[in-house]
Design a protein around this ligand. Structure first.
Ligand code: F6R
Length: 364
């Protein structure tokens, strides 16, 4: 039931601190500051690369995972949307891990990609929310997300739980591959353990985000920009907005702005910039300057350090607490979900059952 929430989506957004906490506890031993032995039963030291695929929001989670695996474990990740992957007949090495991400475990294209990789003799690992799903059954290794049933068609808590699993696996892989030592493992585990606390703080921004959403519900087009791990968040923000509010939105890597989309910028199209104060921040700010110089209206989502460092005039600034870099994509998902949610509420759309969409896409 929705309890005292207006929509399942709102309820599921608010469940995130708790379900992320359950999910993390499956992989991390908080008291020892270690990856739980046996929680990632793949010998990452023997794997040469990861071939990942998924659809929609699960694909964006995988894209964030790519940044983590490559940075923390020095493990290269090829990732593609499953509808392309399944027909590409990509040359695959048997020493690669085939990794799939799916809430339902039933998505037709992702399942077909999984079966293709299995036929090619790869080890199959799947991050999945529904334990008794087809993908879970057909995988060698299941990495569960413990999000509980997700009812809203727009994925929210499944996404942040997928990210939590991917971050934990990247740390496990780093440990096995010797790219991080025990101190670094302990430090990363401690940072991951703080996600629920930061997520609760992010939820407190709800009244401000609701007010900003009133403005957003008046516009026809929205552009989302981000760099590094914020780039997949920009894609996810745009997807979430278009699927439930029907407002046209695009997500771009901030550095791609000048290669085309900058032509769209005028005062009628807000630009949502996702920019925690990380090692990409300065670059993203210079892209924001290009937007501001063309009269673009900026909604900046950043942290306290970022808000202090940015000298730009923004239409709105959403200020999250300063977070460790590894957890930022998980925390920044919340304001992005709330923006889409409240904008859709102002538009009066059917938030939990958007037109033309199904919760589980079992046909290609
Ligand atoms: C977007 C959304 C979809 C799903 C996609 C994959 O909010 O929910 O993009 O993420 O259809 O579904 P699963 O994860 O069930 O494979």
């Amino acid at each position: 039931s929705k309890g005292n929430h207006r929509h399942f989506m709102e309820k599921e957004i608010h469940e995130q601190p708790e379900v992320i906490s359950h999910t993390l506890a499956n992989y991390l031993d908080f008291s020892k500051g270690r990856i739980r032995p046996g929680s990632a039963p793949v010998d990452f030291a023997k794997i040469d690369r990861i071939a990942a695929s998924a659809c929609g929001t699960a694909y964006y989670a995988g894209l964030v995972g790519k940044y983590w695996f490559e940075r923390i474990a020095r493990l290269p990740v090829d990732i593609d949307v499953a509808s392309e992957f399944r027909y590409r007949e990509m040359p695959l090495s048997k020493d690669s891990l085939a990794l799939f991400v799916s809430q339902s475990g039933e998505t037709a294209d992702t399942l077909a990609s999984l079966r293709y990789c299995k036929q090619q003799g790869l080890t199959i690992g799947t991050i999945v929310n529904v334990r008794e799903s087809t993908m879970a059954r057909e995988s060698h290794t299941v990495f569960p997300t413990l999000a509980g049933p997700e009812v809203g068609v727009a994925s929210t808590k499944a996404f942040t739980c997928q990210l939590s699993v991917l971050a934990s696996l990247a740390v496990a892989a780093g440990k096995m591959r010797g790219t991080i030592n025990e101190d670094e493992e302990r430090q990363l585990v401690r940072e991951l353990s703080e996600i629920p606390r930061y997520a609760n703080q992010a939820l407190r921004l709800e009244p401000q985000i609701e007010a900003i959403s009133r403005d957003l519900s008046q516009v026809k087009h929205v552009l989302y920009l981000g760099r590094g791990t914020s780039y997949p968040l920009a894609l996810e923000g745009a997807l979430k907005l278009k699927e439930i509010s029907y407002i046209h939105a695009e997500g771009y890597a901030a550095g791609e702005l000048k290669h085309g989309p900058i032509a769209l910028i005028d005062e009628s199209m807000p630009v949502i910039v996702i920019a925690p104060y990380d090692h990409w921040f300065e670059k993203t700010v210079s892209n924001m300057q290009e937007v501001a110089a063309r009269g673009g209206k900026i909604i900046l989502i950043t942290d306290e350090k970022g808000a202090a460092a940015s000298t730009l005039n923004t239409m709105h600034t959403i200020v999250l607490p300063d977070t460790p870099e590894i957890i930022a994509p998980i925390i920044y998902a919340l304001p992005i979900q709330m923006l889409a949610y409240y904008t859709a509420v102002f538009m009066g759309t059917d938030v939990d059952q958007p037109r033309n969409l199904a919760k589980s896409v079992t046909v290609e």
